[in-house]
Design a protein around this ligand. Structure first.
Ligand code: WTA
Length: 654
């Protein structure tokens, strides 16, 4: 569709809520006014109504040591109890918690009663392995029910988990395990990827080799029956240790502010940040948003979030939100094109999925594969669609609604971050008249503004500025693990300590909708995954042939952005053309993980720098996106750009 056709098509659409949805959402709209009138009273009510407390809290918010927040002060609760036990106690033990679908077609149905048993067994096993309240547990697992059970077992013991995405390399694993000083690692022999067993445990072995490691035990799930090396005294099989445990385990109430988990995310420097979240505020907002934004009705809906549990979306919208709400969901281990490109729709049809939450990059991939693929399946059960991770372009939005959402399902475009813990900006189904491409407005309880460079609020349509959050919220990060200064500096200093600086550009349209415009810092968004330019640059310069490297995120039709690297080889290092490029791409995969592999690497004689020696990424981005190179007047040597452009077109992905 041309842009013109697209906008006239959009103008003709009626995107106001359907009467059925509006009737069902009865009362939700009133939340805006209620939250606005008294935000703390609003959040206190959400916490008390949605969670079960061992001890009620005395104070909703203590912001006296801003930006270090305390929510629900004096309260006590157990997150795992809230996610499983209480549903069983309420007589819903037979309700399905997880419809697990393995990549190879193996399935398991896990009810809430079974999940409770699994969580208790895992908690008993972790205790036997020496895990105590406050100890950290690293989790490096595929998308299997054991991953969910392990996270909840940690929560039950008050041992913060640090889940590391299964696509990260041994090196990335090592940094994260060491930073969190994890005592135990839970992993699997391998995971299924496109019909093949991909190893996991070998990366753990490598990450723990060498210098002293904080890890005492490695608990290994058998998933692919692959041969693995074994370190006696350290490694134990899940089947030997967990299976024989009792299904009884008394959950200990935790303080509201007890750390629940650490999750590493890319920042603007090479060192990933351990974002940490605590128990009560996080769980409150996870449950609340999953209920009002995804519109989950636990008795009737089948919900499916396609994220990996290694990312925050999997934490909040596979584990904590839906399980706290007692929802039934699909958990799928594999890739969308194995064994065929209709796999997701086959699964949606099989389980009668009613709510689907996924990322724009996936939608654009499905668009490329063609609408005839989902058309072969019965998707009539779908009634709400969600999008997360990056802005969704209106064309993808329309395709998604038409081909997956029966041309009627509302799409909730949800803006949030690892740091915010839960959804912050989004339309509400049944309430909001939708605007394709825009996340629209802060949900009830959340306040945002757009500021200009000087910190002045922008209100004019189309004026581009920085998104800030103007009030603390329950699921806000409580800090960066071990680095309170970096927390203050990164998030609470750009516009003073009253504004949370999100790092995203934004603008309003003439209807007052917020449009998110991507990162304003050196963080890239590749397929909805956050990657830092600095992290990839330092991976590249750790290769013996590389003297210097600069990385930019170039616009990519499918993945949103793609990694493009420019490298200067060391004197003496030979440029073997494709072989060099291939070797460097693999090196990045080894240092960080395959997701960070540059799409393109260009070997260049020089990098464009200002007179003060700063790399001008803006110019490199122009080159990477095949644009006319912008203003070069501040370049120390403007012939550099000619040299770089002459070398263009080489080093493309194979
Ligand atoms: C981007 C993922 C536009 C944004 C939950 C943010 C979005 C970063 C959207 C956080 C959206 C996420 N529209 N941009 N709906 N959702 N982003 O920490 O740049 O992996 O800052 O959390 O993704 O990525 P993270």
């Amino acid at each position: 569709m041309t842009d013109e056709n697209l906008s006239s098509h959009l103008a003709e659409l009626d995107l106001s809520p359907s009467p059925e949805l509006a009737a069902e959402a009865n009362g939700t709209e009133a939340l805006y006014a209620e939250a606005e009138a008294d935000p703390e009273a609003f959040w206190a009510k959400q916490a008390r109504e949605r969670l079960t407390w061992a001890k009620d809290f005395d104070q909703t918010l203590d912001w006296s040591e801003a930006p270090f927040a305390k929510w629900y002060v004096g309260g006590q609760l157990n997150a795992a109890y809230n996610c499983v036990d209480r549903h069983v106690e309420a007589g819903n033990g037979d309700r399905v918690a997880l419809h697990f679908e393995g990549e190879g077609g193996d399935t398991r149905t896990v009810t809430y009663a079974q999940l409770k048993d699994d969580v208790c067994k895992a908690a008993n096993a972790l205790t036997e392995l020496g895990v105590e309240k406050g100890d950290r547990v690293a989790i490096y697992l595929p998308m299997i029910p054991e991953a969910v059970a392990t996270m909840l077992a940690c929560a039950r013991l008050g041992a913060p988990h640090s889940v590391i995405f299964g696509g990260f390399s041994a090196e990335a694993l090592r940094t994260r395990i060491n930073d969190a000083e994890a005592k135990v690692v839970v992993t699997a022999d391998g995971q299924w990827r496109r019909g093949k067993a991909a190893p996991l445990k070998p990366a753990v072995d490598e990450a723990l080799a060498g210098d002293a490691t904080p890890v005492e035990k490695v608990l290994v799930v058998k998933r692919t029956e692959s041969d693995v090396d074994w370190t006696e005294g350290r490694d134990v099989w899940w089947s030997d240790v967990v299976d024989r445990q009792s299904t009884e385990h008394t959950p200990e109430p935790m303080d509201s502010e007890h750390p629940l988990f650490i999750l590493y995310t890319s920042g603007t420097t090479g060192k990933p940040k351990g974002i940490f979240h605590t128990t009560a505020g996080y769980l409150t907002q996870a449950a609340y948003t999953n209920s009002v934004v995804h519109d989950v009705h636990p008795e009737t809906d089948v919900y499916w979030c396609t994220a990996d549990i290694g990312w925050v979306t999997g934490h909040t919208y596979i584990v904590y939100g839906p399980l706290a709400n007692g929802a039934t969901q699909v958990l799928y281990e594999g890739t969308p094109d194995t064994p065929h490109q209709g796999r997701w729709w086959e699964i949606a049809q099989k389980y009668k999925v009613s709510i689907l939450y996924t990322a724009p990059t996936a939608i654009r991939t499905f668009m490329k594969w063609g609408a005839d693929i989902p058309a072969k399946y019965d998707l009539s059960s779908i009634r709400v669609l969600g999008s997360v991770g990056e802005p969704i372009n209106p064309e993808a939005w329309l395709w998604y609604r038409k081909n997956i959402g029966n041309d009627t399902a509302p799409i909730v475009d949800t803006w949030w971050q690892t740091e915010t813990g839960a959804i912050m900006i989004s339309p509400l189904p049944g309430v909001t008249t939708l605007e394709p491409g825009s996340a629209q407005k802060p949900i009830p309880g959340i306040s945002a503004e757009i500021l200009d460079d000087d910190g002045k609020p922008l209100t004019d349509p189309e004026a581009v500025g920085y998104l800030v959050l103007t009030k603390p919220w329950p699921s806000m990060l409580r800090g960066i693990w071990g680095d309170p200064e970096r927390y203050k500096e990164t998030y609470w200093s750009r516009f003073g300590d009253k504004y949370y600086f999100a790092g995203d550009g934004a603008k309003y349209d003439d209807k007052g909708n917020i449009w998110l415009l991507g990162r304003v810092d050196d963080v890239m968004n590749v397929s909805g995954h956050r990657l830092s330019t600095a992290e990839i640059e330092s991976a590249l310069v750790s290769h013996p042939s590389v003297a210097e490297a600069a990385v930019v995120g170039a616009t990519d039709e499918t993945t949103g952005q793609a990694v493009v690297a420019f490298v200067i080889l060391r004197g003496g290092a030979q440029d073997d053309g494709d072989a060099t490029v291939q070797e460097l791409r693999n090196h990045v995969a080894k240092e960080i993980g395959p997701i960070a592999k540059p799409r393109q690497i260009m070997v260049v004689p020089e990098l464009p720098k200002t007179r003060s020696g700063k790399i001008m990424r803006r110019l490199l981005r122009d080159v990477a996106e095949n644009r006319e190179v912008g203003d070069v007047t501040t370049l120390a040597d403007d012939s550099v750009m000619n040299l770089i452009q002459q070398g263009m077109g080489s080093g493309k992905e194979d």
